[in-house]
Design a protein around this ligand. Structure first.
Ligand SMILES: O=C1O[C@H]([C@@H](O)CO)C(O)=C1O
Length: 544
């Protein structure tokens, strides 16, 4: 195994991700950040210098378990202090499992400002369970013209100002605001590709080969659907776990998820083809993103002879559910324990606190303290976070189909303390928002673990649903969708000492409190590096 070293300098840059120039967060002067590529078992060392003039920063390595290095998980106020301007923090961790991952900011809404990049871990030689000739990576995101500072302010204002729908969907950090379709379909009047930073993405392929497309979504808000004209896709990997190969026309991908699909370039070689990405689950106000599959030796500017695939209706949830339910584990995947030791139900509601709109879990909206949980729990410090045990359930008569009767909740910072090496079930329960007849998609992401997805259902979870759990081939994931008005059940084993958030991966929703904090085996955490505990020279002084 190798150690792979990277230097990241995080700073503001002028950039034109969708042909309109804005200020973004970049790494080493570019957007998106550099791709990290390693082999399973390697150690990654990222020396991260914060060159943002007046903001802290952290980076989370999404999907990496951080076994033995919980302080390198990159969550501000949870695993470490945010890194101060001009300071450097060294992330050192092992990538133990092959798969398609990414990294992103995990402080405030910095991910939405562009702080992200790809992290790809190759299987040891000859250990990939399927074959392909070559691969392409697609890191998907969504982009707003309003600054992240203004978005953040709007979310905590009265009246509330929602971020709204994104201006542009980006593929590998590139999109074309308001002109993607117009450009490629010949209605060129709207379209100005002003800059190579927003040049359309082209995937070059040779005829009659098999390609692996690694697709990851780090969107701030959008649930996406991806399809390729004339080509079926075989899904083989989800969130760094092999799945039973399944052939589909299009895939849904939620923020925080990744998939690998195989495509075979066996279509008419005189044409190029469209890859198209549209929005699901919210009334779209954003053009689909397009990329070109360029068959050799066609010119890459040769327009495909058929139209881009059309995304299903945004609210056709039966289509999304049909796709999601098809994803099951590949034979040979570790099986879940047959029973859990503890079941925790998590009611997802939109509420108000003093007139501010928030998201709450069992009526508590997460507000993290300034001192990181990991160090404070390890050293038994008092008064860092709420000592109150957060609730494990909600009232039996809660009507999930109606807006909350009592819409007021409260802020909290309590921790779900989980017994080490025990089996935990979480039942995520969706509900109606503050508005009548609205329930939204929430992709939930767990740090430090993969979990088995045991089942999904419509309406309210019933005790009898446990009997229907899939214990035969549940997929392992680190992010799972919670459908509107539905429930999702997951199971995992608390075998990774540390403090781990479990939260909605929609950036504004997390910012509005939609998450919880778990702790397991903190007594087994070995020496936390000083820089994760206290900051700067005064921090050093106080530590000594
Ligand atoms: O958190 C959210 O707030 C808005 C809306 O519910 C209130 O304006 C929205 O669509 C969200 O996802």
């Amino acid at each position: 195994a190798k150690t792979r070293h990277y230097n990241f300098e995080v700073g503001y840059i002028y950039w034109s991700p969708d042909c309109e120039e804005r200020m973004m967060i970049g790494i080493n002067g570019r957007f998106p950040g550099p791709t990290i590529r390693a082999k399973a078992g390697d150690t990654i060392v990222v020396k991260l210098k914060n060159s943002l003039p007046t903001e802290g920063v952290v980076i989370h390595w999404h999907g990496i378990k951080q076994l033995g290095t919980p302080w390198a998980d990159g969550t501000a106020s949870i695993s470490q202090c945010a890194i101060n301007p001009d300071e450097t923090f060294v992330y050192r961790f092992q990538v133990d499992k092959a798969g398609t991952y990414f990294y992103h900011g995990h402080y405030g809404m910095q991910r939405a400002a562009g702080l992200y990049g790809s992290l790809i871990v190759d299987a040891p030689d000859g250990e990939e369970p399927f074959r392909y000739d070559a691969e392409h990576s697609l890191l998907l995101s969504d982009w707003w013209h309003e600054s992240v500072q203004a978005q953040t302010l709007g979310l905590s204002s009265i009246p509330f100002r929602w971020v709204g729908e994104p201006q542009t969907i980006l593929i590998n950090g590139r999109g074309q605001y308001n002109c993607s379709l117009a450009h490629f379909t010949g209605e060129t009047s709207l379209c100005k590709i002003t800059n190579s930073q927003c040049a359309p993405v082209v995937l070059r392929v040779l005829p009659n080969k098999t390609y692996r497309l690694r697709i990851a979504s780090t969107t701030s808000l959008s649930s996406l659907n991806l399809a390729i004209g004339n080509h079926k896709m075989t899904v083989v990997e989800a969130d760094g776990n092999y799945v039973k190969p399944v052939i589909v026309d299009d895939i849904d991908i939620y923020s925080g998820e990744s998939y690998s699909v195989l495509i075979t370039t066996d279509q008419n070689t005189s044409s190029n083809y469209w890859l198209s990405i549209g929005i699901r689950g919210r009334l779209p106000k954003t053009q689909p993103a397009l990329a070109i599959i360029n068959y050799h030796p066609n010119s890459l500017s040769k327009l495909p002879s058929s139209k881009p695939p059309v995304t299903p209706q945004w609210n056709e949830y039966s289509h999304s559910k049909a796709f999601t339910y098809k994803i099951v584990a590949m034979d040979g995947t570790p099986m879940p324990p047959a029973k859990s030791n503890r079941q925790i139900a998590l009611l997802n509601t939109q509420n108000k606190i003093d007139g501010y709109i928030k998201w709450s879990i069992n009526n508590i909206s997460l507000a993290v303290p300034p001192t990181p949980y990991l160090g404070s729990m390890k050293y038994g410090l008092k008064n860092v976070f709420s000592a109150e045990k957060p609730p494990e359930n909600f009232s039996e008569d809660y009507d999930v189909m109606r807006p909350p009767i009592n819409p007021n909740s409260k802020k909290g910072s309590g921790v779900y303390k989980l017994e080490f090496n025990s089996t935990i079930d979480f039942i995520l329960q969706n509900t109606n928002t503050l508005s009548e007849n609205v329930s939204e998609i929430h992709p939930w992401h767990l740090h430090g673990h993969n979990f088995w997805v045991l089942g999904y259902g419509d309406g309210k979870f019933k005790k009898s649903d446990v009997a229907e759990f899939n214990l035969k081939n549940p997929p392992l994931k680190n992010t799972v969708v919670l459908f509107p008005y539905g429930w999702t059940a997951i199971r995992f084993v608390t075998n990774n000492p540390g403090v781990w958030p479990f939260h909605c991966h929609i950036e504004p929703h997390l910012h509005m409190g939609m998450g919880i904090v778990l702790a397991e085996g903190v007594e087994f955490v070995s020496k936390i590096p000083n820089e994760a505990l206290a900051c700067g020279i005064t921090g050093q002084k106080l530590r000594n």
